[in-house]
Design a protein around this ligand. Structure first.
Ligand SMILES: Cc1cc2nc3c(=O)[nH]c(=O)nc-3n(C[C@H](O)[C@H](O)[C@H](O)COP(=O)(O)OP(=O)(O)OC[C@H]3O[C@@H](n4cnc5c(N)ncnc54)[C@H](O)[C@@H]3O)c2cc1C
Length: 422
């Protein structure tokens, strides 16, 4: 026997964007229900920032928007209405204190993502949002100007307005299985193809697995395709059993994935000594030869490289590492310097969307009003969070996007006139 509930606003998805939309609409005196398929809200938040949750970034608005590339302008109103300081203030009201770390990354003071979820749960409770857990939406249809939402728990919700905040389609165990894209389609929206963003990359050479677990800090990484530089940055890289990962690789991965789609080979070139030229590395080896030429090559390489890389270097250059350094030929010296400046591996692909920290693609921004997050196609429908085709590198930008668009969507649907999104 199914039971029907009527609410002014139904928010689908209890992630950061949906929670914020529900709280904001409730603050504006609307009767709101938040529908979440899991037994608790904010499951994905728990795994963010390696369990510490990088909530936002202290960057200014312009550099924040730049992180979202061409789509950044779309977020101007959302950030203008509810930005990083507003978020910190909001979470503070519900008991969360924060700290700012390097590169402006903001974390909970106790390093626990659970504390963020607790603050959000308190916000939902204090603002009187009805939260229905274990409630997976299975379909939505329009019914005489209202939305009829079917759930898998024999409940139907009839709502005047709907916010779709179902997230992307990665780390599906957190509940983000991409249902929202299909609901949007059922209601008449198109969505851009889904691709992995912030995703580790696979390499052809076995070298990566030999170096598995090794982190290189302050290296310069350049991705190249058809002899042209795609993107290049300095930071931290991690070797894994299948290839490369770490913040630097993840941040550049969306561009690399687009190049891989073109079918052309892509290479990663790692500059292990970005502060030195090839000439300076060569001179340093020459000075070592002059001052203590009887040490062996392995000892020299150990001084210049992480231990795990020493056999890899010797192997690539075909050096007998037990030889004394004063036996190195000029050619061998140059090869060492060259390899330190350009350690090249072939990129064969990316891990699957499931393993990506964000989903690229989704509801195109041209179909959403940036002032309200309202659909330009379906009256009464609003979007928030990762379901929208906007994404940024790591650093707290994606969660701020979810909170800001959630806030605006909550406000937008609370104030929109009957039958419109304005
Ligand atoms: C490993 C990892 C680490 C990350 N770390 C960071 C970080 O430190 N900082 C940062 O800024 N970003 C980080 N991100 C990205 C960030 O988590 C997302 O951008 C953000 O969670 C998106 O919020 P959202 O509300 O749009 O969607 P989600 O958080 O995905 O929430 C969507 C919710 O909708 C629910 N749902 C889906 N379908 C249905 C349905 N049919 N019925 C009912 N409910 C449904 C889901 O269960 C889920 O709870 C990370 C992501 C991952 C995977």
């Amino acid at each position: 026997m199914s039971h029907r509930e009527f609410r002014q606003i139904a928010v689908i998805g209890g992630g950061p964007s949906g929670i914020m939309a529900a709280v904001r609409a409730a603050q504006m005196k609307k009767d709101v229900i938040l529908l979440e398929r899991n037994k608790s809200v904010g499951r994905k938040i728990l795994i963010t920032g390696k369990g510490r949750c990088n909530i936002t970034n202290s960057a200014g608005m312009d550099s924040f928007m730049e992180k979202f590339g061409k789509q950044g302008q779309f977020l101007r109103s959302a950030f203008y209405r509810f930005f990083n300081a507003d978020l910190i203030d909001f979470l503070g009201k519900y008991g969360l204190s924060v700290k700012t770390e390097r590169q402006g990354r903001v974390f909970p003071s106790d390093d626990r993502s659970m504390s963020v979820v607790k603050a959000l749960e308190k916000a939902l409770e204090d603002n009187g949002v009805r939260v229905m857990l274990g409630a997976r939406v299975t379909s939505i249809r329009r019914d005489e100007g209202m939305f009829l939402i079917a759930l898998d728990n024999a409940v139907e919700v009839l709502a005047e307005k709907v916010v779709l905040a179902t997230g992307g389609a990665s780390y599906k165990a957190t509940g983000s299985t991409g249902d929202g894209f299909h609901f949007a389609k059922l209601l008449g929206h198109k969505f851009n193809p889904l691709r992995p963003g912030l995703v580790p990359l696979k390499t052809r050479e076995k070298i990566a697995s030999d170096l598995q677990g090794l982190t290189l800090k302050n290296v310069k990484v350049t991705f190249e395709c058809s002899g042209k530089k795609i993107v290049s940055e300095v930071g931290e890289l991690l070797f894994t059993h299948f290839g490369v990962s770490g913040p630097l690789v993840l941040d550049m991965s969306a561009q690399v994935v687009s190049m891989l789609d073109s079918g052309k080979p892509v290479y990663i070139s790692i500059d292990i000594k970005p502060g030195l030229t090839e000439e300076q590395i060569n001179n340093r080896i020459l000075r070592d030869i002059e001052s203590h030429g009887s040490i062996n090559i392995k000892t020299l390489l150990k001084e210049m490289l992480p231990l795990k890389m020493v056999p890899v270097f010797s192997g690539i250059i075909k050096l007998d590492a037990s030889k004394r350094i004063n036996q190195l030929t000029a050619q061998e010296r140059r090869s060492i310097a060259k390899l330190m400046k350009s350690f090249v591996l072939t990129i064969t692909g990316a891990l699957a969307l499931e393993e990506a920290m964000v989903t690229c693609g989704g509801i195109p921004v041209k179909d959403i009003d940036p002032r309200t997050m309202g659909s330009r196609i379906v009256p009464g429908l609003f979007f928030a969070g990762e379901i929208i085709d906007v994404s940024a590198p790591s650093g707290g930008y994606n969660l701020q996007q979810a909170f800001s668009t959630g806030y605006l969507a909550g406000e937008g649907c609370a104030t929109a006139r009957e039958g419109t999104n304005a």
